[in-house]
Design a protein around this ligand. Sequence first.
Ligand SMILES: [Zn+2]
Length: 86
Amino acid sequence: MASRPSIAELKELADAGDARAIRRVDDWERNFADVYSGDFSEVCLDENCVAYGEPVNVCCDENGNLLEIDHGTWSHPVAGRMSLAS
Ligand SMILES: [Zn+2]
């Protein structure tokens, strides 16, 4: 209990389905999204999105599965199938 778990450890817990870890990873990604990603090289292809067609970052897990569409100041989960522009 002495040290906080690292983000890598949290992600392992999150992958294992730990709800608290998932929430903390989400928080971390919100706080640091502009650090670890962010060239806005993709385009939002979610037809239900109000910002459809705008440049976005696409967050994927380590297996390349789409997780989240990041519009910079806000983001939303990937809805259904969405192909990447690149
Ligand atoms: Zn969108």
